[in-house]
Design a protein around this ligand. Structure first.
Ligand SMILES: [Zn+2]
Length: 646
C-alpha cells in the first residue's frame, strides 16, 4: 500500500476529512450519518475571519505530552451581524480544554442539540450583542494533550514530533463529516452528495480551499521543547532561549501566510546552505534530519536550489524568508507550509536516490522536494477558491512547476520518465478504479488522478505544442493577477482563460479537449510503411495514419468518435517522429526529424522527405495527446535493398 501511495504521489498539501479517533468502520459511518442529520444545516454558517494568530507551544517529548495556548484576532467580514459561531475542539477530553474564551460572546449550554454538540467536540458561542460587520474581537485558548493511553494515542513522539494546526489549534466552524461514498449514502437514506460550489459562485470565491475562516494571517509562535531537541514552526526564527530547563525558539513570518501551520520537535542534525539570488535577497536553506538518515541531504539541498532557480525565473519571486525541510518519522508524505516543509523519512531521507544518468529511473527525492517547493507559489501565492476544480490550481500547477524544475536539472528524458509513471499510467489507471463519475479536469473535486496526474499530463502536452516559455508566462501572468490578492479567489476558469489568451487559434480546441471534456485520442500506423529513394538524393517515407478522437460521457463513460457527433470534427495536430535508434531507448527523444501534421479524417496518407533513411517512425512520440494504447503508433522500417539504394 505504501509503495503504491508513493508511486502515485504519496504527498499531500492538505489532508481532508481525517477523523483521528479510533472507531470501527461501521461505527464511523453511523457517526457520520448522525453528524449530517444534525449539523448539515450549519455547514455553511457564516464565520468570522482570523486576522492574526499568536501561539505558545510547549512540547514535553519525554512524557509525550504538550500544551498549546494562544489567541486569534478575528473580524466579522460578513455583510450581516454575526449572531453565533461553532468552534471545533482538538481534543475530546473536556478536562484538557483549559481555556476557551471568545470576547463579547457567551458559551451556549442550553438549547437544541446540546448532546450532539458535546459528542462532536464542538462549542457554540453566541455574541452578545451580535458582532457588527467589520468589528473585531479576540479568542483565547489553552489545550493540553495527554500521554498515550490504550486506544487513545498521543501525536507527541519521544523524538520526531510533527503536528499541524488543525490538530492542535481550535478551529472556527464545524468540520464537514458527510459520508462521501455513494452506496453508503443510499443505504443510509442520505440525499445525493451535494457537489462543490460552481466556479462562478461569487460567495464561494470569498473562501479559499484551506479555510473558510481566514484569508492570510499574521503569525507568530514560541515553541519550547526538551533540551537536546530543536523546536520548529513556520516563520523567520527571531530568538533562541533557555527557559525553565527547556529550549525555546520564537518565530514570526515576514508577511501574512495561510492559516495553516506545522509544529515540530526532534533531535535534529542541521545542514545549512544559501540560495544565491541573482535578482534580490539571498534565501537561507536548511535541512533538519535524523543523524543516521543523511543519505539524500545533499541531493535535496541541490533540488532546493534547482527549484528556486527555476521557479523564481519562471513564476516570480520567492515570498518568504527561508526554505527549511524537516524530516519526520513513519508517515508517507510531505506537506508544504509557508517556508517550512515537513517531509517524511520514507519519501525523501531513506529512499533510493535514483540516478541522474539513468533515464529509466525516477529520482523521487529530488522530484518530491521540487513539488513541495512549488507549493510556495501554487497554494501559498495562488490560493484556489473553494469551488469545483480547486485542487488543480494547487496540485496541478505544482506538478507543472516540479516537472519544469526537474527537466531543467535532469533533462527531457528524465522528465518524460516521470510523466510516464506519475501522469500517464497514474491517470489511466486512477480513472478506472474511481467508482464515481469522472468529471472534466477543470471541474475535478479532489480526485488525485485528475488534480495531479491528468493536470500534469495536459500541461506537458500544451507546453510542447505552444512552447514552454509561452505557457509558463501565461501562468506567471495568472499568478501576478491573483497571487496574494485575497478574495475573490481564482478558479480554473481564470487559469484556463490565461492559457487561452496566450495560445494561438489552432490550439483553442486542444485546450477545450484537455480541460473541459474527457477525451481520448487513438492513433495507429496502418499497414506497411513505404520507403523509397527520391530525386533529391534522400528518401520519401509514406504510410497511412489512422487517427480518431473520442469523447467520453461524464455519466456513463461511453465514448463516441467526434466523426459521429453533429457539430464536431477531427481537427487535430499530431506529431510524427523519425528515428535512427529505437525510440523506446530515449522515450521518443533524439529524433532525426519531428513534424506536426494536421489531421481532419480518420485515415490520412502521409508522405515525408528525409535526407537519410530512418529506422523507425512514431506517431505522437512525446505523448502530448491522451491515448491509452500506443504500441501500434510505431513501425520499424524495412532495411533498403542494396540495389535500389544505389
Ligand atoms: Zn502537493
Amino acid at each position: 500500500f505504501v509503495a503504491g501511495l508513493i508511486g502515485s504521489g504519496g504527498y499531500i498539501f492538505k489532508a481532508y476529512n481525517i477523523d483521528n479517533e479510533y472507531r470501527s468502520a461501521k461505527g464511523r459511518d453511523l457517526r457520520q450519518v448522525k453528524w449530517e442529520k444534525t449539523f448539515d444545516k450549519n455547514r455553511k454558517d457564516p464565520l468570522p475571519k482570523i486576522r492574526s494568530v499568536a501561539v505558545d507551544v510547549m512540547f514535553n517529548p519525554k512524557e509525550r505530552t504538550a500544551s498549546v495556548s494562544g489567541s486569534y484576532e478575528i473580524e466579522n467580514t460578513n455583510a450581516e451581524p454575526l449572531e453565533q459561531v461553532f468552534v471545533s475542539m482538538v481534543t475530546r477530553h473536556k478536562e484538557n480544554i483549559k481555556k476557551l474564551e471568545l470576547a463579547g460572546a457567551v458559551r451556549v449550554t442550553k438549547g437544541e442539540n446540546m448532546q450532539e454538540i458535546e459528542d462532536f467536540n464542538y462549542r457554540l458561542f453566541r455574541f452578545e450583542p451580535p458582532l457588527a460587520p467589520g468589528a473585531r474581537t479576540r479568542m483565547e485558548f489553552e489545550t493540553v494533550f495527554h500521554a498515550p493511553e490504550i486506544a487513545d494515542n498521543s501525536s507527541i513522539e519521544r523524538n520526531g514530533t510533527f503536528v499541524d494546526s488543525s490538530a492542535v489549534l481550535p478551529q472556527f466552524g464545524i468540520r464537514d463529516l458527510r459520508l462521501r461514498n455513494k452506496d453508503k449514502r443510499r443505504k443510509n437514506d442520505l440525499p445525493e452528495l451535494e457537489k462543490r460550489a460552481d466556479r462562478t459562485d461569487m460567495d464561494a470565491r470569498q473562501r479559499h480551499f484551506i479555510s473558510s475562516s481566514s484569508d492570510y494571517v499574521n503569525f507568530k509562535a514560541k515553541v519550547c521543547t526538551d533540551v537536546g531537541q530543536i523546536p520548529i514552526a513556520p516563520g523567520k526564527m527571531l530568538a533562541e532561549t533557555s527557559e525553565n530547563g527547556k529550549t525555546c525558539r520564537s518565530y514570526q513570518t515576514i508577511r501574512p501566510i495561510l492559516n495553516f501551520f506545522s509544529f515540530l520537535s526532534a533531535n535534529f542534525e542541521v545542514k545549512r546552505d544559501v540560495w544565491k539570488n541573482p535578482n534580490g535577497r539571498d534565501v537561507p536553506l536548511a535541512i533538519y534530519f535524523h543523524k543516521a538518515h543523511d543519505y539524500n541531504v545533499d541531493l535535496m539541498l541541490d533540488a532546493m536550489k534547482g527549484s528556486l532557480d527555476t521557479f523564481t525565473t519562471t513564476f516570480g519571486p520567492y515570498p518568504y524568508n527561508q526554505v527549511r525541510i524537516m524530516e519526520f518519522p513513519y508517515r508517507g508524505f510531505a506537506q508544504s507550509f509557508a517556508g517550512t516543509i515537513p517531509f517524511s523519512e520514507r519519501i525523501g531521507f531513506v529512499m533510493q536516490s535514483g540516478d541522474p544518468t539513468d533515464n529509466k529511473k525516477v529520482d523521487l527525492a529530488t522530484y518530491v522536494t521540487m513539488h513541495e517547493i512549488g507549493h510556495q507559489w501554487f497554494a501559498h501565492q495562488i490560493v484556489p477558491a473553494d469551488t469545483k476544480g480547486f485542487n488543480v490550481l494547487s496540485e496541478g500547477l505544482t506538478e507543472n512547476a516540479a516537472m519544469t524544475a526537474y527537466e531543467a536539472k535532469l533533462g527531457w528524458q528524465k522528465a518524460r520518465r516521470v510523466l510516464e509513471q506519475r501522469s500517464i499510467q497514474a491517470y489511466l489507471t486512477g480513472r478506472t478504479v474511481d467508482r464515481e463519475d469522472e468529471p472534466p479536469l477543470a471541474l475535478a473535486e479532489g480526485q488525485q488522478y485528475l488534480d495531479y496526474n491528468k493536470a500534469s499530463w495536459v500541461f506537458w502536452g500544451l507546453k510542447q505544442y505552444m512552447g514552454g516559455d509561452k505557457m509558463q508566462n501565461a501562468i506567471r501572468g495568472f499568478l501576478q493577477e491573483y497571487g496574494y490578492k485575497g478574495p475573490p479567489y481564482p478558479t480554473s476558469i481564470q487559469l484556463i482563460d490565461a492559457l487561452r489568451a496566450a495560445a494561438p487559434d489552432e490550439l483553442q480546441g486542444l485546450i477545450t479537449d484537455y480541460w473541459e471534456r474527457i477525451v481520448f485520442w487513438d492513433m495507429k500506423i496502418d499497414g506497411d510503411v513505404d520507403v523509397t529513394p527520391n530525386a533529391s538524393g534522400g528518401f520519401t517515407v509514406k504510410f497511412t495514419a489512422k487517427v480518431d478522437k473520442k469523447i467520453a460521457s461524464e455519466e456513463t463513460g461511453k465514448e463516441i468518435s467526434v466523426t459521429e457527433i453533429d457539430g464536431e470534427e477531427l481537427n487535430e495536430w499530431v506529431e510524427v517522429g523519425f528515428y535512427d535508434k529505437d525510440p523506446k531507448e530515449t522515450w521518443g527523444d533524439e529524433w532525426v526529424k519531428l513534424e506536426k501534421v494536421h489531421i481532419t479524417q480518420l485515415e490520412t496518407e502521409l508522405s515525408f522527405d528525409l535526407d537519410e533513411r530512418p529506422n523507425f517512425v512514431l506517431l505522437d512520440p512525446r505523448r502530448l495527446l491522451i491515448e491509452r494504447k500506443v504500441d501500434d503508433n510505431v513501425k520499424k522500417l524495412p532495411k533498403g535493398k542494396l540495389a535500389s539504394a544505389e
